[in-house]
Ligand binder design. Structure first.
Ligand code: SAH
Length: 249
């Protein structure tokens, strides 16, 4: 089991720590923390705001070769992660009681939304199983209470990058991770709208000027312009978000 430095440093200080905990089961634990060790998430990891464990499913593999997969029942291409191996990995790495939701990254899952991210970030953390090959034996999903979550209608080669994306989205919402709290309230999706466009210096670039209102210093007009732009962009690009507004948790 690989322990990221945030966890290792914090553990001796406070073994029963209340920090947000992410545990991942994967065939490639060396992929972690990867990008989660950089920038804001990495700083917060080293400060012990959150912790990360990446366990290797292969530790529970069968036989001398630590085999984790087998051919699909009914035939067809590819390989499937065995339910007995997956369950043994889960039971060893995520002992109960554990209040954290158990997720399986899966293109068949509920599409991840900022509402889901907010709910996960507000809880004790998350335990995520990363699939590989064709996926995992269906029986373990029910038997170990895994909730399938998708990163979107794309097919990745494994759940690791999807897990990292979900964890990063949660970590940036943890108290103290982002410098200015306002900068996450106004972002895309937080109000059920896409974000308004941003500009910075220079004032004019390749013949393109910053919209005059943003240079006016009139805060009410700026707020109104941004709101109108957010609504226009959402109507044009993601009308589904407008229909869904109010229904978000
Ligand atoms: N045979 C599957 C695809 C398997 S891809 C199918 O057709 O649906 C291998 C693994 O990558 C999956 O088990 C899952 O863990 C991960 N994965 C692929 N696409 C994903 C997505 N959009 N969201 C989350 N995880 C994904």
């Amino acid at each position: 089991m690989t322990q990221a430095r945030g966890e290792a440093r914090r553990a001796p200080l406070d073994a029963s720590s209340s920090g947000w905990r992410a545990s991942v089961l994967t065939l490639y634990p060396e992929m972690f923390p990867g990008p989660l060790g950089q920038s804001l998430a990495g700083d917060a990891l080293r400060q012990g705001v959150w912790s990360l464990e990446a366990g290797n499913i292969r530790e529970q593999g069968l036989g001398r070769h630590r085999r984790v997969d087998d051919t699909p029942a009914g035939g067809g291409p590819g390989m499937v992660i065995r339910c007995d191996v997956a369950a043994a990995a889960i039971d060893a790495a995520w002992p109960l009681p554990d209040a954290r939701p158990r997720l399986l990254m899966s293109p068949r899952g509920e599409p991840a939304t900022q509402g889901l991210v907010r709910a996960l970030a507000a809880g004790p953390g998350v335990a995520i199983f990363c699939g590989r090959f064709e996926g995992i034996d269906e029986r373990v999903i029910g038997a170990r209470g895994l909730t399938e979550v998708s990163l979107g209608d794309i097919v990745l080669a494994g759940g690791e990058i999807a897990a990292m994306a979900l964890i990063e989205a949660c970590v940036r919402l943890l108290p103290g991770v982002m410098g200015k709290d306002a900068s996450r309230i106004e972002e895309s999706f937080e109000a059920g709208l896409l974000e308004y466009p941003h500009f910075t210096r220079p004032r004019e670039w390749e013949g393109r000027a910053i919209p005059q209102v943003l240079l006016s210093g009139d805060h009410a007009s700026i707020a109104a312009w941004r709101r109108a732009e957010a609504e226009r962009l959402t109507r044009e690009r993601r009308p589904d978000l407008i229909t869904r507004r109010g229904k978000q948790p």
